[in-house]
Write a protein that binds this ligand. Structure first.
Ligand SMILES: C[S@@+](CC[C@H](N)C(=O)[O-])C[C@H]1O[C@@H](n2cnc3c(N)ncnc32)[C@H](O)[C@@H]1O
Length: 479
């Protein structure tokens, strides 16, 4: 028998916000119970309405700010609070990044029991305008809503699977963010409007590619409509009918995507569905900081794990004797190799390997060097876009090579699997670039507690302003 839920009180509750949760919600305590309050900042006295009661805590949303924080600003976006894309627009940008630095300190301490010897000043956009319109990679949800008789295009609503009904987005690059309505109207006119669940946005320094995921093939009239939209808007339209290997441009729409790294004199090309850093300005700052911290020397060999299309590998290769980049996606490795050739860089080798496959310290097997393409052929993986990680770690020749320094830039799950091996590879310095502080802290605890490194420096990076997403860099030196 289902237990009847107690109705939520309709009267607002008044309380003071004691701290900020990692997802940007304010934390209050009411009659001994924790309440997570959307839209509230530390130190504020607010009224809020409960939206959900759970055993250990309650959830709520602000209805009135009685005593505002000095950090409070008017959110720029009319949809803030409804759209789940942003969580911090009501907080001054400088305070957002200070808060992220404080969260990093808290997570390193709580999970890793660590504090760095020195704190790096947090990396953030240099001018205020660059806190907006920074996002050049995104997956936009698309939904035909019969009740509204409209198509919606955008991010999901906060805490729900519905697409938020937004007209524009302030964090997407304006080339896309100002055209969400136009995209929705375009899709409304297609015969497959109910069979088009998402659009992948990809943009480097120049043009924008929109990859329309289609569950049914578009009709000839649909294709004409998409092409005339492309001609008017300047977007380049691609279709994806199945897996990523099916991504293809409509006739005449093919374009090369690329971004420049002016300080290193590099241009990196990529495919629309490739992993690239979403915020170009922050990416440039991040690379400059990585070079300064790792400080590669002309006689040194460096390793770049989870190297993608060579975003860090090629800048590092400009300064070091030799670079080895390792990545699980053979398509990205092919792009990394092509980017090295395009930029005239010869002191670099790339390998495809599944870095989460277990390798015991110094157990590398093969002696024959393998290029990404040989590796892909051996495992049946394609060298096209996005085959899954293929080559097991124990079958890759670079495992037996000595390295002076290493850079790690893993996905959210971290890099625990490679740490034992890395420690035995002779590296004296490791720069860890993280998109998830909890796994960074876990891995840092192992490097420091078990593998003989010390945490020399750490700092947050505001790659995604106005969201609670936190990226960080941590430098480890062998003790
Ligand atoms: C945060 S991205 C970093 C990419 C690159 N360093 C950059 O800055 O563009 C993480 C990378 O890890 C790769 N990756 C994910 N799982 C992997 C695995 N099991 N083995 C090797 N690489 C993997 C992804 O394909 C992606 O390129």
């Amino acid at each position: 028998m289902s237990k009847k839920r107690k109705p939520l009180p309709s009267e607002p509750i008044e309380a003071e916000i004691e701290s900020l949760a990692h997802d940007g919600r304010g934390i209050a305590r009411v009659e001994g119970k924790t309440v997570f309050v959307h839209g509230a900042l530390v130190g504020e006295r607010v009224r809020f309405r409960l939206t959900r009661r759970l055993r250990r805590h309650d959830e709520a949303v602000v209805t009135e700010v009685l005593e505002p924080s000095v950090q409070r600003v008017e959110p720029r976006c009319a949809h803030f609070g409804v759209c789940g894309g942003c969580a911090l627009q009501h907080m001054e940008p400088a305070a957002q990044i200070e808060n992220k630095q404080a969260i990093l300190a808290d997570v390193l301490q709580r999970i890793g029991g660590l504090a760095p010897a020195r704190w790096l000043p947090p990396l953030a956009a240099r001018d205020l305008g660059a806190h907006w319109g920074y996002r050049r990679k995104a997956r936009l949800g698309v939904r035909w809503v019969p009740k509204k008789g409209r198509v919606l295009v955008g991010f999901r609503e906060r805490g729900s699977s519905f697409i938020a009904d937004v007209q524009r987005c302030e964090v997407l690059h304006p080339a896309v963010g100002e055209h969400l309505e136009a995209l929705a109207r375009l899709i409304e006119g297609l015969s497959i409007r109910e069979r088009l669940p998402q659009i992948e946005v990809a943009q480097g320094d120049g043009p924008v590619v929109l990859v329309f995921r289609v569950l049914d093939p578009p009709s000839a009239a649909d294709c004409d409509r998409l092409l005339s939209f492309a001609a008017q808007s300047g977007f380049h339209v691609y279709l994806q009918e199945g897996g990523v290997e099916t991504v293809r441009p409509l006739p005449g729409q093919e374009i090369e995507l690329s971004y420049r790294l002016p300080n290193q004199g590099l241009t990196l090309a990529f495919e629309p569905n490739d992993f690239t850093q979403v915020n170009l300005e922050l990416n440039r700052q991040m690379i400059d900081q990585a070079l300064a911290l790792l400080d590669p020397q002309p006689n040194e060999r460096l390793l770049d794990l989870f190297c993608g299309l060579g975003n860090f590998t090629l800048p590092l290769a400009r300064r070091a004797r030799e670079l080895v980049g390792v990545e699980g996606d053979a398509g990205l490795v092919a792009r990394a190799e092509a980017n090295a050739v395009r930029n005239g860089i010869e002191n670099v080798r790339f390998y495809t390997a599944d870095l989460y496959a277990q390798a015991s310290p110094r157990t590398g097997a093969n002696s024959e060097p393998q290029t990404a393409h040989q590796a892909a052929a051996q495992t049946g993986a394609q060298a096209g876009p996005h085959p899954s990680p293929s080559l097991p770690l124990t079958a890759t020749p670079w495992l037996d090579e000595p390295f002076d320094k290493a850079l790690l830039d893993p996905p959210r799950s971290g890099a625990l699997e490679v740490l034992d091996w890395l420690a035995s590879s002779g590296v004296q310095r490791i720069l860890y670039v993280s998109c998830y502080p909890a796994t960074l802290a876990r891995d840092a605890a192992k490097l420091v507690g078990e593998l003989g490194f010390r945490l020399e420096a750490a700092g947050a990076m505001d790659m995604f302003p106005h969201t609670a997403h936190l990226e960080a860099m941590a430098l480890f030196e062998r003790r």
